[in-house]
Design a protein around this ligand. Structure first.
Ligand code: DAS
Length: 353
């Protein structure tokens, strides 16, 4: 009698646990670094006047009880800074923490909350160096949580929901802002005062709505588990700087960067990464000194800098950044230079990543 009662009880418990509501939720870790998503303003009308990097991660989590419906969530405060102050050391520290967590069997997905100013750089960096298929989702907000129609709550809910979802595995680092799913490689901050700030020149990967992902395209370039770069084997990142080009430009910035130890200089060129004839001699001299010159374009979206298009790259031994904007080209150049100084190898890397 007792045996029958116990076996029936176990059967009921097992079937209850099989119900979605009771099934064990995925484990998601939120690594907080600061930014507007952790910002606070004086009152609800202040959507642009506020202080970034004020609210701790546990308060962010406590502010969204619905997170518990999609995942078991815990937070770590890695930094508490505005992201314009990120350095290579911050990237390395964050990347190593993400990598360590991704190796843990009790972690199913990782969210990084981040300021929006350099979010695209960090997302690309993680996309290049963290070897995991688990979802890594970088998220920020354009308004502080204290403002009317703050976007951080839904952005963070979406990020956790994506990090908890199996269909986000193997797609590289993702960025969820404004209901969109973007690739960490492609996405860039295109507007600086709207919630619809982040765009990918080649289009979003999809959308996330009410905790469900809708995919319409997939990343085309190498990332995460298919990357030859591994954060666990990188201890420092070489100095790479960006020199902005414009009418009447001189070679002063390039020379100064090289004097200060830059191993490569990203030329944020006009148009197709064009180089003023006032600057060419200095760049050729710096190349001869061993500094790599990488032509990118500061054309806002969809810049596609190809070799020998308007500059004799083969003759000058210069590189081109392909479709990467200057700030992303800096990240890839720094990571690539941890493995090679060879021009042909470096150019291959810019075609493939
Ligand atoms: N200063 C900005 C930053 O921390 C605030 C933000 O937009 O997140 O990137």
């Amino acid at each position: 009698m007792l045996k029958r009662f116990l076996s029936r009880g176990l059967l009921i418990a097992a079937s209850l646990l099989a119900l979605p509501a009771f099934a064990a939720k995925p484990n998601v870790v939120i690594l907080a670094t600061g930014g507007t998503i952790a910002g606070a303003g004086a009152d609800a009308a202040k959507s642009a006047t506020y202080q970034a990097a004020k609210v701790p991660v546990d308060k962010l989590i406590a502010g969204i009880p619905t997170l518990a419906d999609v995942a078991q969530v815990r937070g770590e405060q890695v930094f508490q800074i505005a992201s314009e102050s990120f350095t290579n050391e911050h990237l390395l520290t964050l990347g190593k923490r993400v990598s360590a967590l991704a190796k843990q069997g009790d972690v199913d997905g990782i969210v990084v909350t981040h300021g929006t100013d350099t979010l695209e750089e960090t997302a690309y960096f993680l996309n290049l160096v963290v070897h995991t298929e688990k979802p890594i989702v970088v998220v920020g907000s354009m308004r502080p949580g204290t403002a009317m129609s703050a976007d951080g709550t839904l952005n963070l809910f979406n990020a956790v929901s994506v990090a908890a979802s199996k269909d986000a595995r193997g797609k590289g680092v993702l960025v969820t802002m404004n209901d969109e799913l973007n690739s960490g490689r492609d996405v860039s901050k295109m507007v600086n005062v709207k919630t619809e700030a982040f765009k990918s020149p080649w289009g979003a990967l999809g959308m996330v709505i009410e905790g469900r992902n809708y995919w319409f395209r997939l990343p085309a370039k190498r990332h995460t588990v298919n990357s030859e770069f591994d954060i666990d084997k990188i201890e420092t990142l070489p100095q790479v700087d960006i020199a902005y080009s414009y009418g009447n430009v001189s070679d002063a910035a390039y020379r100064n960067f090289a004097d200060k130890g830059a191993k490569a200089i990203i030329h944020a060129g006009t148009g197709n990464g064009s180089v003023s004839n006032r600057v060419v001699p200095a760049l050729r001299h710096l190349r001869a000194q061993g500094v790599h010159i990488i032509r990118s374009s500061h054309v806002n979206a969809g810049g596609l800098v190809l070799r020998n298009a308007e500059q004799p790259d083969d003759q000058y031994d210069w590189l081109v950044a392909h479709d990467l904007n200057p700030q992303k080209a800096r990240v890839l150049a720094a990571v690539a230079l941890t493995r090679t100084q060879d021009s042909k190898e470096l150019q291959r890397i810019f075609w493939e990543y």
